[in-house]
Ligand binder design. Structure first.
Ligand code: ZN
Length: 131
């Protein structure tokens, strides 16, 4: 999986802000952890906190918001490298969900309202990477 990882970020905000500048690297995911939004918020607020599911190369999924981050702990028990899959789809602005085509209209998969092309990635427009 192609990812951009950031070394020793404090929290999600830092990764979200700076990660896109990092070079693309290739990692092999060893396990997938699914979290509720509540668990996710605790986890991403402090990446230096030791985690039961580390060490490892882990994809951590927020099942409520349909977002995920990649963690490569490099043998440590905390999230030493954190980042995103390169082709992480852009989510819809209404619900933070994916989009899909319904009768030729691009729609949010959650509320079924139409969304602009590129939103939710159902339209296939690569709008995520700005370099
Ligand atoms: Zn929606």
């Amino acid at each position: 999986m192609e990812v951009r990882l950031m070394r020793k970020p404090l929290n999600f905000e830092e990764v979200d802000k700076h990660c896109w500048r990092k070079p693309i690297t290739n990692v092999t995911i060893q396990k997938v952890i699914v979290m509720t939004n509540k668990e996710w918020n605790v986890f991403v607020s402090d990446f230096f906190k030791p985690q039961d599911f580390l060490p490892g190369v882990v994809e951590v999924i927020n099942e409520d918001k349909y977002i995920s981050i990649i963690v490569d702990s490099q043998g440590y028990d905390y999230a030493r490298y954190v980042g995103f899959e390169v082709d992480t789809p852009k989510l819809t602005s209404c619900c933070n969900a994916y989009s899909t085509y319904i009768d030729d209209m691009l729609c949010c998969k959650k509320c079924y309202n139409t969304v602009p092309l590129g939103e939710g990635d159902g339209g296939g427009a690569a709008t995520m990477i700005i370099e």
